[in-house]
Every structure is written in C-alpha cells, then in structure tokens.
Design a protein around this ligand. Structure first.
Ligand code: URA
Length: 434
C-alpha cells in the first residue's frame, strides 16, 4: 500500500477500506508516513469527508493505537460522560458523586484545559492535596469501593489521535465533523466505559457554533458508538454563555459544591440533571427519565451526593473539609466588580471571551507547560435576557494582579452586548439524540 495512492483516492472522493485506514493510522503513528503526506490526506478528508463506516474504522484504529483500558474488574455497567468543551462546564464534578452515591460506577479519565476551555483535572487539583495520577490498580479499587475515580489521561491513551490532532491543529483541518467525532470517540472507546453520554455544546463558546453542526457531530458520535457496541446518547446543550456563574478552577469547584447542596444556578442544574438522568437510564438503573430524576433529587436532598464527593476527594488525597464547608478555599487578592455600560438587557455574549479573560488572569493554559493559578476567575451574576443596570455589577473579577484584573474587566465588558429589547429566551437543553 502506498500513502500517495490513498491521498489521491480520498482527494477524488472515493471510499477507503478498513485495511487502508488501518494502514494510514498505524504507519503515521509509527513515523513511517511523513507529516506532509498526512497533512495532504487530512485536507482531502476535510473536503471529501468520510462515510459512517470509514469514520468508525478511523475511530477504532486510533483507539487501538495505544492502551485499551480494561475495566472488566469493575463490577456493574460503567458509565462515562464527555463534553465537547465549553466555558464554566463543571458538570463532571457534580454528576460523578451523584451517580456514585447511587452505586453506579463512574470510571473517568479526564483531561487538562488548553486555551480558553477548562479541564476537569485542573479544577480538581484546586482542592488542596488532590491527586489525579492514579495507578490502574488504585483506579479500579476506588471505583469498586467508592463507585468513583477520576484520573488524568495516560500518555498512551489513543496516541494516534494525539499525533493526528496536533497536526490538524496546525494545518487548518480541525473543523471537520468525521475527524472531530473520531478523535473524541477514539479516546472514549479506549477508556473502556459501557455507556457514554455526550454533552455536545453549541454556540459562541463551543466548537460547533450552530445547532445544525452540533447535531451532525452528535449523530456521527452516536453512530460510532452503536457500530462499536457501546451505548451512546448525545445531549445538545447551549454554550452561548458560560454554564453556571463561575468560570475558573477553584471557583468552579465551589459552584459544584453549591449544586451538590441543592442550590446553585438553574441552567447548570438543568444540564446536570439531564446528563445524569441519561447516564442512569443507560446503566439500566431506572425505568424512566422521571424515575432517574427522582433518584437524583433524593441523593441531593439526603446529602449523600455531597458526602460522596467528600469521600472521593479524601480517597484521592484531597482535604474533604473544603468540600464539607469546614475550611474555606483561598481567595484571589483582588475581587473587583464589573459594571455594565448602560441600563438594558444582556442580549448577546461572546462566551469564548470569558474563557479568554480567565486566561489573562492566569487561570488557564496558553501552552501545555503553563502553570495555572487556581484561585483566579470570573463570576457572572446575570444570564442572557436579564435586565442590568449601569450602577449594579453584573460580574466580578477574581485576580492576583491589578493589571490583569483591568484587562480581564475590559474583556468581560466587550464580551456582552446590552440592548433595549428583551431577547427571546434560549433553552439550555436543546435536543436528545439516541
Ligand atoms: N476534542 C477532541 O478531542 N478532538 C477534536 O478533534 C476536537 C475536540
């Protein structure tokens, strides 16, 4: 087989066989196909696309390029969730303990943040003492005993995707639905869960800016799951503004604790309950969506979910007193209000800019080597559609340097459009694709 012929074949819009896709993935990962040929191939895929079967073959080839996590020693149906990335998304921190307190095993590999989106691992590491590097044995033992473990992704999870993604990132070939779907699903399949619930974000702070594009991506991922024997449900959710009120690592953990106490932001609660209910249904632990929701309400009201979060934090080396309110998280040196420029309605938000403001404050990663300041971030007090007044703050900046706080303030002001007309409300959960 020659890579040259396969580039031409895809360039001309032909369908590749499984053997051809396996050859490309294997040879590129092993360094036998040079970057310039792989770049040309990716650009051919960008324009010609891949059908469902090709996309599934690409996913499986990338999943098999490294370790396949064997979770068979974990009792019960293993459930996992994945978000396509957004601003202020702390749902894993809440859903994990909710499901664990219902004895549904959550065995989760999570990533770090890069660019304007945050990562669950960084958020968890803002809890003093918390460890995310777990051995396989420890990971499995924790899931069997506590029904929850969350660890950082191992270096050898879908290494082909890692190499191909890095190349896509610099060759203008990221935004292609088959490539995104196979990239995400290769890591999910390699992580070994039986049931996967995908939170596919759409809007200004998401990868997929339109609902149509998000739905197309969701359908591809559900189809890959089906063709590879996993149960996958996708929930399309709005990312035209941050999810919840807090953006920034420690602030997001504190907001997650609020929800686990039965309080917190309405839109955040809605996304949490929807995703968690579909995970329960996927695990076969409820007969209907309503029954799943009732179970979730019970573990919040009884305090079981909050206590499970504390137990999970303690098991991974963290101090549970921060979760149970006996100790307070460190605060940033400056907490500065942001005032709207005039009275009106919050009409539009460039959500990416909020993530960008957190980066300015030092709470995100510009490069893989960046060191994160866990205590900085942004609190947004209002949702799109709310009335705001020039004399009342609609946001607060938590920062450790006056210059950064000032720059972040400008960023937040520019992110929002204020109008005289009330915009029509946008539901946060848009569609379920099964
Ligand atoms: N996230 C991934 O893991 N891969 C993509 O291609 C896009 C988002």
């Amino acid at each position: 087989m020659r890579m040259y012929d396969l580039i031409i074949k895809k360039r001309n819009g032909k369908v590749l066989s499984k053997d051809e896709i396996d050859y490309i993935v294997k040879s590129y990962t092993q360094g036998e196909i040079p970057d310039y040929q792989m770049s040309a191939f990716l650009m051919a895929v960008y324009f010609q696309g891949m059908n469902e079967r090709e996309t599934t073959d690409l996913t499986l080839a990338m999943a098999k390029s490294g370790d396949l996590l064997n979770l068979s020693e974990i009792h019960g149906v293993k459930v996992d969730k994945h978000s396509t990335g957004g601003i202020g998304d702390k749902t894993t921190l809440i859903i994990g303990p909710m499901l664990a307190s219902l004895e549904i095993p959550v065995a989760k590999m999570s990533g770090r943040g890069l660019g304007f989106t945050g990562g669950t691992i960084d958020k968890l590491e803002s809890i003093p003492g918390f460890r995310t590097a777990l051995s396989r044995e420890e990971f499995i033992r924790n899931v069997n005993e506590l029904h929850i473990a969350i660890a950082g992704q191992t270096a050898n999870l879908a290494p082909a995707d890692k190499k191909i993604y890095a190349l896509r990132d610099v060759t203008g070939t990221v935004e292609q639905a088959s490539l995104i779907a196979s990239s995400i699903m290769s890591k999910k399949l390699a992580s070994g869960a039986d049931v996967i619930v995908l939170d596919v974000k759409t809007g200004s702070g998401a990868f997929m800016k339109t609902e149509e594009a998000a739905e197309d991506l969701a359908r591809r991922m559900v189809s890959i799951g089906k063709l590879s024997g996993r149960k996958v449900t996708a929930v399309l959710t709005d990312m035209n503004e941050p999810l919840g009120q807090m953006v920034g690592n420690s602030l997001e953990v504190q907001e997650a604790i609020q929800v686990l106490r039965g309080e917190g932001d309405v839109r955040l609660n809605e996304v949490v309950y929807t995703l968690a209910a579909y995970m329960i249904l996927g695990a076969g632990a409820a007969d209907s969506y309503e029954q799943a929701k009732t179970k979730l309400i019970d573990v919040i009201r009884s305090g079981k979910a909050l206590h499970r979060f504390a137990a999970f934090v303690e098991r991974q080396g963290g101090d549970p007193d921060y979760i149970l309110g006996k100790k307070s998280f460190a605060k940033a040196r400056y907490i500065e209000p942001v005032f709207p420029e005039r009275d009106g309605y919050l009409a539009d938000c460039k959500a990416e800019e909020i993530g960008h403001a957190v980066l300015i404050l030092g709470g995100g990663r510009e490069t893989k080597e960046s060191v994160i300041d866990h205590n900085v971030g942004i609190q947004i007090c209002n949702h799109l559609g709310d009335t705001v007044h020039a004399g009342t703050p609609f946001a607060y900046i938590h920062g450790n340097s006056p210059d950064q706080v000032e720059e972040a303030k400008q960023c937040i002001r520019q992110a929002y459009t204020i109008s005289e007309e009330k915009p029509s409300p946008k539901p946060v959960v848009k569609k379920i694709i099964e």
